[in-house]
Design a binder for this molecule. Sequence first.
Ligand code: TYM
Length: 332
Amino acid sequence: RPRVLSGIQPTAGSFHLGNYLGAVRQWVALQESHDAFYMVVDLHAITVPQDPAELRSNTRIAAAQLLAAGLDPERCTLFVQSHVPEHAQLGWVMNCLTGFGEASRMTQFKDKSAKQGADRTSVGLFTYPILQIADILLYQAHQVPVGEDQRQHIELTRDLAERFNSRYGDTFTMPAPYILKETAKIYDLQDPSAKMSKSAASPKGLINLLDEPKVSAKKVKSAVTDTDTVIRYDAENKPGVSNLLTIYSTLTGLSIPELEQKYEGKMYGALKTDLAEVMVDFVTPFRDRTQEYLDDPETLDAILAKGAEKARAVAAETLATTYDRLGFLPAK
Ligand code: TYM
């Protein structure tokens, strides 16, 4: 079985619709066909200041949402990044192999640090993608299911795998991004030129899966479209409507042409009202299931402990080989 690995940050509490459609949904599907490793990346979370109590709570909330979305601990390995110390250890090695200029070209860092200002930006935020490289290479992952915004980090991972392998001998599997074209980038409902993101300009454009369903329904109903009236998929000229059609199609399984036909001659209002209902039908059971996992923290923590144990077995082996290749004296 080919291997997949991916991670998600616990920082926002609730996942947003972009996280789910762009990544988590694929994680659920891939656990059937792949040897799958998925983690909550708390080490990545502390690249910006976190309140300790909130971080702990959000880490459980993230894990509960992953289970609610359909991850099955019998079919995949679900764990918390900090439970596997090899991530930080291989992260250091990768830091030493990455060029400063190369790391400086990461656009996510440039965007985030520009917003915060240099004095408030941690060195950890700068080396964030390098820890992500370690995450992927530790598990010898063949594919990494993510949204489009992570593509550059996976390209860098490939560069580093290639560099290490050619310098020290074949050690790491070359990973490939696994990005579904249709859902690679879900857009902000108020600004369809921007990706949906927890740092959105207006909270109205962001669907949080754990919000009250009626809040999400309202956001769908007030989504920005255009002054035209035709319901047609055209990402370039009709980004708002196209985004709604993508979301609708993915949540229901109806194809875009089927939806275009269903709404032929109808107004945007009809599309939005129906999609609002689809959204409520999706988030309501999702929230309930998440809450069930949160109501039983012992079971949740036991799932994560078992996941960490399975993950560690793989990670430790890769790290041992890496240390050996580098010429570190064995501890014995
Ligand atoms: P994070 O936590 O920001 O996002 C989790 C996943 O959601 C995807 N995503 C989107 N997809 C489509 N449309 C959107 N609007 C949208 N917004 C977010 C992201 O692409 C991501 O797949 N660096 C990663 C976490 C990470 C990781 C890893 C991923 C750490 N180590 C190793 C893969 C492999 C991140 O911050 O994701």
